[in-house]
Write a protein that binds this ligand. Structure first.
Ligand code: PLP
Length: 400
């Protein structure tokens, strides 16, 4: 048995990847399983983006690039921040990594000393606390209730801040709830943050483009320009451009932080794929019209899923502003028994029951830090979603 470093005992493998793998295995073994665990669009990468990658390969863009992004991609990112968020950045403020995940990880590795605190509103994206722990920081989890639409309240933020707070991490629209902050809600948070000058703001805007019903998206540095110098705005092409496998994420922030993040990357992975970077330039600069088309489909699926889940005895599902997730409460099924006599005592029991009885793979709320809930990704075909919700209803009705 090889020695495994102590730091590994602080973290767990990604539970969402675990659910996806389990569903895949069951399917491969011939079971009828619908996977609602994956956090990626079911649409293909648009053709213009694919063609840009092919052209890059044929043009010989197949070598190492600058560690934290090509000049062309950094320019395209600066233009995106100006166009979408009215934020002025220079290429020196931009870093590009292998997915948003690496960018977030670099930021924690570059800034946290042992014991530094990171405020993470729950429910949270599963990787945040573990990344903080790997970087020897302390996650400070602040619960956000369904009655507050799963959004961080200014008074709770104020209370969580200590002398040791290094970062506050915001994620809007959120994975797993889809909740997104309006301008007024965000302003209430930035007003608190303005008073605490030692606190940095990390905002994960990965789902910026996926908002519905005319929701007006905003990001902290845009809402409160005074905070721009201590904000790291993280974004990427994975979700909006259907490019999860290409692995390109980016961030804008103060030059010294961006340099420190580049230093970590220079000694770990070096540049993200040259071909993927060329594709990302086309994604950001090219035609954006498919985003609205995809959003129409996502919105229709969201409405259908929310309606069908609210028709299941024991479940209660809010309608979120964005992303492609819903986060229904399963409080009403806790304490009930399955047809073969097992008691449902937690959201983990409930998702296990859904998988075993009806072949529906969802992710337990425990993984996201707020129970009793579960997450459903509606980034899958409308037909499968309808079938999955029908099966969930059947499973709920069978509980006693
Ligand atoms: N941030 C959030 C909130 C996510 O949901 C994800 C992916 O699931 C990421 C970051 C990571 O994105 P990427 O695939 O670009 O690494």
């Amino acid at each position: 048995m090889p020695q495994i470093a102590d730091r590994l005992s602080r973290i767990k493998p990604s539970p969402t990847i675990a659910v996806t793998n389990k569903a895949r295995e069951l399917k491969a073994a011939g079971h009828d399983v619908i996977g609602l665990g994956a956090g990626e669009p079911d649409f293909d990468t648009p053709e213009n983006i694919r063609n840009a990658a092919i052209a890059a390969i044929n043009a010989g863009d197949t070598r190492y690039t600058a560690v934290d992004g090509t000049p062309a991609l950094k320019q395209a990112i600066c233009a995106k921040f100006k166009r979408d968020n009215n934020l002025d950045y220079e290429p020196a403020n931009i870093t590009v990594g292998t997915g948003g995940k690496q960018v977030l990880y670099n930021a924690f590795m570059a800034t946290l000393n042992p014991g530094d605190e990171v405020i993470i509103p729950a429910p949270f994206w599963v990787s945040y606390p573990d990344m903080v722990l790997l970087a020897e920081g302390e996650p400070v989890v602040v619960p956000c209730t369904q009655s507050n639409n799963f959004k961080l309240q200014p008074e709770d933020l104020e209370e969580a801040i200590t002398e040791k707070t290094r970062w506050v991490l915001l994620n809007s629209p959120s994975n797993p709830t889809g909740a997104a902050y309006s301008f007024a809600e965000m302003k209430a948070l930035t007003d608190v943050l303005k008073r605490h000058e030692h606190v940095m703001i990390m905002t994960d805007d990965m789902y910026e483009k996926l908002v519905y019903d005319g929701f007006e998206y905003c990001t902290p540095a845009q809402v409160e320009p005074e905070l721009k110098e201590r904000t790291l705005t993280v974004n990427g092409v994975s979700k909006a451009y259907c490019m999860t496998g290409w692995r390109i994420g980016y961030a804008a922030g103060p030059v010294d932080l961006i340099k420190a993040m580049g230093k970590i990357q220079s000694q770990s992975t070096s540049n993200p794929s040259s071909v993927s970077q060329a594709a990302a330039v086309e994604a950001l600069n090219g035609d954006q019209s498919f985003i609205d088309k995809h959003n129409e489909v996502f919105k229709a699926r969201r409405d259908m899923v929310v309606e069908m889940l609210n028709d299941c005895p024991g479940l209660n599902c809010a309608t979120p502003e964005g992303a492609f997730y819903v986060y229904p409460s399963c409080e009403g099924v806790i304490g009930k028994a399955t047809p073969d006599g097992k008691q449902i005592t937690s959201d983990s029991d409930f998702v296990t029951y859904l998988l075993e009885s009806e072949g529906v793979a969802a992710v337990q709320g425990e993984a996201f830090g707020l129970s009793p809930y579960f997450r459903i990704s509606y980034a899958t075909s409308t037909e499968l979603l309808r079938d999955a919700c029908t099966r969930i209803k059947k499973a709920c009705e069978a509980l006693k």
